[in-house]
Write a protein that binds this ligand. Structure first.
Ligand SMILES: [Zn+2]
Length: 470
């Protein structure tokens, strides 16, 4: 796409009728600003094409504004750097710190993936495949970041200012409002509300409402679903842990390394402190979760009052005495080999790779154990098969009888549900709302609900659509 005469133009490049690969562009007076550079996750060939074919020459983009450190929002930044982006990346200070861990881990996965494919292509005499990006590209990205606090603003060249607003989603996550003007005329406020969190999540504060927004780009991930209350998560966890420990079993918790693992630690710290659970050994068996937890320990100023109260009572909430962070493979093996009751938090959250597979392999056939699913489980993942109650599952190529109890706790979600999304629009009252970041049925359901309430004019853009705001 080339720069045009339109003064302010918004283009929906990615994460439009799907939840990964978030990418939007604002063009103002011929200059380009990008919001989020998420990794598209899907079938390998399609994902590679979508992630490597960038919609604008990266060298032409001056500024990238980043919402948060989830890979579907930040994970393609190294591709932009690899292909020539040298501008500034604006994010909250916590997001910058988290991106260092997340992007280097993502680069490692890309390098491993290319090496695996090259083993095959070598044999067929084909030219080697290059990784989408490498650790060196992730290093380059980290040198471009500028950090802000909530409420802070960044100048993105003449006529463009962005504000960081509390998203209530994960540590450091921000909603953004862009104040845009051309030729000295104010052209209104453009808000991006994704990823939008929810009220009552542990650790972080609730989402803030943007003010006087004319155009709102809003997510619709759970446009057709209502969650259990976030406040119920601790009760749900206590019930299942109690039951498992009573029968002398292990609690195995597949968890995302970012946020969910720290939420579980927080809930356990509170449940132990309140005497609602007997204090039990907890292993966090994920080097990445350990690295992320260290950033949480340095980020207490981002947390809510309940966190401050708990740390007053128990001391170091994120590193309590009952938690052991394992690092070596030997330590990890010792836990899998033991049948002693304990709680194990390990990654990956959908049981696709990582140390969790060893814990499942050793623990899945024991009826005293429980596998507790605390995150979203995508189709075709082992986590999803467990959630759906399959009795035989394949791990590392071998079949296992699933005798352990499997429980999915639905109060754990970092995303606004249907009611939260409607509430957000009711409070913000934008003139126009652009629904993105949702599967087609979720987007359509939310559009219908908003139209029925006549709160705003609702649009469902397609990937690649542009709209002239001025
Ligand atoms: Zn997110």
């Amino acid at each position: 796409m080339t720069a045009t005469n339109h003064k302010i133009r918004l283009t929906f490049w990615g994460g439009v009728d799907t939840v990964t690969g978030s990418l939007h562009e604002i063009e103002i007076n011929g200059r380009r600003i990008v919001r989020d550079c998420g990794l598209f996750q899907g079938r390998r060939t399609e994902a590679r094409r979508i992630n490597s074919e960038l919609p604008a020459p990266p060298a032409d983009v001056g500024h990238i504004v980043l919402s948060h450190a989830h890979i579907d929002h930040c994970g393609n930044l190294p591709t932009w750097a690899r292909q020539g982006f040298r501008g500034a990346i604006h994010a909250t200070t916590a997001t910058v710190a988290l991106c260092d861990v997340m992007l280097h881990d993502a680069a490692h996965i890309q390098e491993q993936d290319a090496a695996y494919l090259n083993q095959k292509t070598n044999r067929q005499g084909l030219p080697p495949i290059e990784p989408l990006y490498t650790a060196a590209d992730a290093d380059r990205v980290m040198g471009l970041f500028r950090g802000y606090h909530y409420g802070g603003t960044a100048e993105l060249g003449p006529g463009a200012l962005v504000t960081f607003i509390e998203a209530g989603h994960i540590l450091g996550a921000a909603l953004n409002v862009f104040d845009l003007e051309t030729d000295g005329h104010r052209h209104g406020r453009l808000g991006f509300a994704f990823d939008l969190g929810r009220h009552g999540l542990p650790l972080i504060r609730d989402p803030d409402y943007m003010e006087q927004v004319d155009d709102l780009v809003l997510e619709s991930t759970y446009g057709e679903r209502v969650h259990s209350r976030a406040e119920d998560a601790a009760d749900q966890l206590a019930t299942v842990v109690h039951r498992t420990l009573d029968r002398g079993g292990k609690v195995i918790i597949p968890s995302f390394a970012l946020e969910r693992a720290q939420e579980v630690i927080y809930h356990l710290a509170q449940l132990f402190a309140d005497g609602r659970l007997p204090e039990t050994t907890v292993y966090v068996d994920s080097p990445m979760a350990a690295a992320v937890t260290r950033i949480f320990e340095r980020s207490e100023h981002y947390f809510d009052k309940a966190f401050a109260e708990l740390s007053e009572r128990v001391g170091r909430v994120m590193r309590p005495p009952f938690v052991t962070f394992t690092s070596s493979v030997e330590e990890s093996k010792a836990i899998t080999a033991s049948d002693a009751p304990c709680i194990v938090i390990s990654a990956s959250g959908m049981c696709e790779y990582g140390r969790i597979l060893h814990h499942l392999k050793h623990g899945i056939e024991n009826p005293r154990n429980t596998v507790v699913l605390v995150g979203y489980q995508a189709v075709h993942t082992l986590g999803r098969r467990l959630a759906e109650g399959e009795r035989r599952v394949r791990i590392f190529g071998d079949w296992f009888r699933r005798r352990a109890e499997v429980v999915q706790l639905d109060a754990f979600s970092a995303h606004a549900d249907r009611n939260d999304l409607i509430d957000y629009v009711e409070r913000v009252r934008p003139r126009r709302t652009w629904l993105v970041h949702g599967e087609p049925s979720a987007r359509a359901a939310l559009a219908e609900a908003l139209r029925e309430r006549r709160l705003t004019e609702v649009f469902l853009p397609e990937k690649g659509d542009s709209v002239d705001l001025a």
